[in-house]
Structures are given as C-alpha cells and as structure tokens.
Design a protein around this ligand. Sequence first.
Ligand code: TYD
Length: 195
Amino acid sequence: MSKDRNGLPGIRMASAPADRFKIGVNRGPAVTITRVTSVHPLGACTLIPFSRMSVIQETHLIQREDARGSLVAIEGLVDVAFDIKRIYYIHGTGPDVRRGCHAHFHLRQMAVCVQGSCRFVMDNGFERAEHVLDNKATGLVIEPMVWHEMYDFSPDCVLLVLADAPYDKGDYIHDYGHFLELAESKSSDSNRLVA
Ligand code: TYD
C-alpha cells in the first residue's frame, strides 16, 4: 500500500488553518477545508480520499491597500498551509507554450500570478478542471498527485510558485498514463480504508 509523506496510506489530509484556505471549482462557490488536528489516520480526524478531493483549491490572500499601493504577504504555515522551502517564478513564456505537464509524488505548491494571467489544467486522475489565474491575491494550491499544465500565458505573465521542498528531479511524474495508474491505485487503497 502506498504511503504519503505523513505516513498515511493513500490519504490526503486537509491541514490548512480554518477560514483562510478555500476550495472552489472554477470560481464556483467556495467552501472551507476542514481543519485536521489528529495525526492518527484512523483516529478522530477528517480523511479525504483522493478521488473525493476537489482538484481546484484556491487560497485568498490578504491584500493590504493604502495610498501607496498594495502589498500581499505570504508566510509559510500562516497564509499557505505548508512551510515554504523554495520559491521560483516563470516569466517570458510565449502564448503557445505549455509548461508543467507533470505531477509530483510529494511536493505541495502554491502558484500566484503576480502579473498578467495564465491558465491551468488540474487533473487528479478523477476530476479534470481548467482554471484561470489572473489575480495577484489568489493562490492556486497544487497538491501532490495532481497533474498540472500551464498555458495561455499573457506576454507580461509572471507566475510565482512557492514549494514545500527543495528541487528534486525524482519527485516528478512525467508520464500521464503512469500518473493515471498511480492515482487509481491510491484511490483503491483509500476507498478500502474508509469503506
Ligand atoms: P521545468 O520543470 O521544465 O519547468 P515547468 O514545470 O515550468 O515545465 O523546469 C525548467 C528547468 O528548470 C529544468 O531544467 C529544471 C530546472 N528547475 C530547477 O533547477 N529548479 C526548480 O526549482 C525548478 C522548478 C526547475
């Protein structure tokens, strides 16, 4: 049985501080992710099987405005539900370019379009959704085992990405067929557990 980085078999834990992290699908009505306090997989905590997680998770960041302009701060474990270990940004990407096209085994990330816009395809093997990122105060959470592709970059797009781990080539899944097989097997494991 596969285990995630928390040692939980095939199960994703929603660990975001309450109220600040929202799940929504394509800008539809948002709901707050349940805060998880227990660390035991079969204890008194909310377990969300992969196949039942919404593939689009938006985080609404606080934008501090005054006469001088606007400021958005992103603090690890405060504004994003993980400790930030790496930051990278993508810019100068042509309109016909497609980036990403992979999933990660373990990495958690949050993408913020700090300038311009781009589109995402987010796919957890069960749900596939397209999403526009065009707001400097909106983060898109990219959970482990979510296939993501970025495209339709505006000429001025600057896509900032925060990650919870250093760069690790071995954490990438580049083959979509392999990704689907892994997603299916993780779902079978978690469905067996919650049944
Ligand atoms: P790549 O993974 O192809 O980018 P994308 O996800 O947008 O398709 O990364 C491009 C190059 O940058 C590749 O040689 C790997 C390297 N890279 C790093 O060195 N560190 C990083 O944190 C990232 C994300 C990529």
